[in-house]
Design a protein around this ligand. Structure first.
Ligand code: NAD
Ligand code: DAU
Length: 354
């Protein structure tokens, strides 16, 4: 079986759902259920006998040791993190605590567990650390996309905390021989994305008749990847990645923020036409994010060349699927935006423990 951290978040939940749909191997999901953790995203697998949920913190050493001993996973896939750049600017402490200190405790627990495995089990064991392209900093328009050799130049408290965690993971391999893999992925989008991030926020605000806030001039560039393509890349690296290596993950889909927002508005204009005008009329330019990185772009050719991975979705197919998912899952969105999912989670959790 495998142990996943942060499996109730956006990417983690997509990973858990895909994993259980695609293979018969049990999975334990350890998640502390911060505001970003939503068990409702995993409702469809709650009763799957291959799925086990544990509410807990990656910084809880006693819990980690117990979980590893109890379940004897062959791999750990580490998603758990504070992930929103704007929140890291307003309150960086949680980012240092979870992303750096939490990852440290996880590495230590995994190291002790791995050290006690038989030679055969230890040789097969893997820990995969899920990280971000933001560790590389910001590109100029004419710069080549980030390769794995690009220097770390993180600019926000979020990206600095992720960069620190990447360094810890690297050091635990180099010093202790821990069999780790790291992925550095570009911006994800798709189902179950918390509507604080650009794409789900714009879809939600457009449908609610609210303004669509564009930071600064809207010419910042992000490299978008449909979330299930990120999940398939993680599986490919887990299965055949070279130990201690990092793999960039991206879909070669650079877009300015304004292009993304206009694409969403154009899709909604067809799917849910307004009586007058376009959703684009709701666009509003607002104060820029402090220290806003101008451009991210990922060179994913190492992953393609070594492991044969390629994304299944283009931006056009992925954004259409995403918007349709939000249109068809307005109850999920409503529960998140009203905060009702928090009550639902506590009820569900009490029930699950009973
Ligand atoms: P998210 O914020 O949606 O989910 C994070 C999950 O981690 C939540 O379920 C939360 O409850 C859980 N969590 C937070 N702190 C925890 C702790 N101390 N112990 C246990 N669980 C905890 O994040 P996401 O967007 O799904 O990102 C997942 C991972 O992928 C993160 O490590 C992030 O840095 C990385 N990443 C994200 C993107 C993206 O575009 N979203 C791109 C590249 C990499
Ligand atoms: O690059 C990978 C990263 O992508 C992940 O590591 C992060 O966890 C994830 O949150 C994401 O970070 P970004 O800051 O790029 O994503 P966000 O959706 O917050 O913003 C995307 C772009 O849109 C960014 O340039 C800021 C801008 N933006 C965002 C919001 C929320 C706006 O213009 N208006 C908004 O309201």
């Amino acid at each position: 079986m495998i142990l996943v951290t942060g499996g109730a978040g956006f990417i983690g939940a997509n990973f858990v759902l895909n994993w259980l749909a695609q293979c018969d191997e049990p999975l334990v999901n350890l998640d502390s259920l911060t505001y970003a953790g939503n068990l409702q995203s995993l409702q469809s697998v709650a009763k799957n006998s291959n799925y086990h949920f544990v509410q807990g913190d990656i910084g809880d050493k006693v819990l980690l040791e117990a979980l590893l001993q109890q379940h004897q996973p062959r791999a750990v896939v580490h998603f758990a993190a504070e992930s929103h750049v704007d929140r890291s600017i307003h309150g960086p402490a949680d980012f240092v605590q979870t992303n750096i200190v939490g990852t440290f405790h996880l590495l230590e627990a995994v190291r002790h567990y791995w050290g006690g495995l038989s030679a055969h089990q230890a040789g097969a064991f893997r820990m995969l650390h899920v990280s971000t392209d933001e560790v590389y900093g910001s590109l100029k328009d004419a710069d080549a996309p980030f390769t794995e050799q690009h220097a770390f130049q993180p600019n926000s408290p979020y990206s600095a905390s992720k960069a620190a965690s990447d360094h810890l993971v690297r050091a635990w391999h180099h010093t202790y021989g821990l069999p780790v893999l790291t992925t550095n992925c570009s911006n994800n989008y798709g189902p179950y994305h918390f509507p604080e991030k650009l794409i789900p926020l714009v879809i939600h605000n457009a449908l609610a008749g609210k303004t669509l806030p564009i930071y600064g001039d809207g010419q910042q560039v992000r490299d978008w990847l449909y979330v299930s393509d990120h999940c398939s890349a993680i599986c490919a690296v887990l299965q055949a990645g070279r130990l201690g290596e990092t793999y960039n993950v991206g879909g070669w889909n650079e877009k300015t923020n304004l292009e993304v927002v206009h694409a969403i508005c154009a899709h909604l204009d067809l799917a849910r036409p307004l009586p007058n005008g376009s959703y684009a009329d709701q666009i509003s330019f607002v104060t820029d994010r402090p220290g806003h990185d101008r451009r991210y772009a990922i060179d994913a050719s190492k992953l393609a060349n070594e492991l044969g991975w390629k994304p299944a979705e283009t931006f056009e197919t992925g954004i259409a699927k995403t918007i349709d998912w939000y249109l068809n899952n307005q109850d999920w969105v409503l529960n998140v935006t009203s905060g009702a999912y928090r009550d639902w989670v506590s009820q569900q959790y009490v029930t699950a423990q009973a």
